[in-house]
Ligand binder design. Structure first.
Ligand code: DCM
Length: 131
């Protein structure tokens, strides 16, 4: 069977990247991630990401480009990441997170990212600097 996919968004606005601090499960709580969640059967990755960002942050968002690559999570799961533009709404930690932070490119290392998110965060920061 192929791996299940977790989709996540590098949400960028005004030259900053959105970081979200997980509130669960205990082994991940307190670590920072690119917000997202599991792709469900029948959804494209982009559709799943739009749904997850609506549920978790209360925003309407538009996936822009897939960041090349995918990264292993727990057995049977891989992470795929897109750059994302906010269409409407102000992100709030509605579900799964207890804090959000907008980071300028030079501040990206100031939070403790989940290990598996770090390559995509680095690429998102490179793109912020190029923009
Ligand atoms: N996950 C991750 N990095 C992200 C988003 C999620 O490593 N940027 C992991 C954490 C969980 C799984 O994917 O093990 C499912 O995420 P969630 O609990 O948010 O649905």
């Amino acid at each position: 069977m192929s791996d299940s996919v977790v989709v996540a968004g590098a949400v960028c606005d005004g030259g900053r990247l959105l970081a979200a601090r997980r509130s669960a499960p205990p082994e991940l709580a307190g670590r920072w991630e690119l917000p997202g969640g599991k792709q469900e059967p029948g959804e494209s990755g982009e559709q799943a990401l739009v749904r997850e960002l609506r549920e978790e942050l209360g925003v309407e968002a538009e996936p822009l480009e897939r960041i090349p690559g995918e990264w292993p999570l727990k057995p049977g799961y891989v992470l795929r990441v897109w750059t994302v533009r906010l269409v409407s709404g102000e992100p709030s930690p509605l579900e799964d997170h207890d804090e959000l932070r907008w980071l300028a490119a030079g501040e990206a290392d100031t939070v403790d990212w989940l290990d598996q998110d770090r390559p995509a965060v680095a690429e998102a920061v490179r793109r912020l600097l190029d923009a």
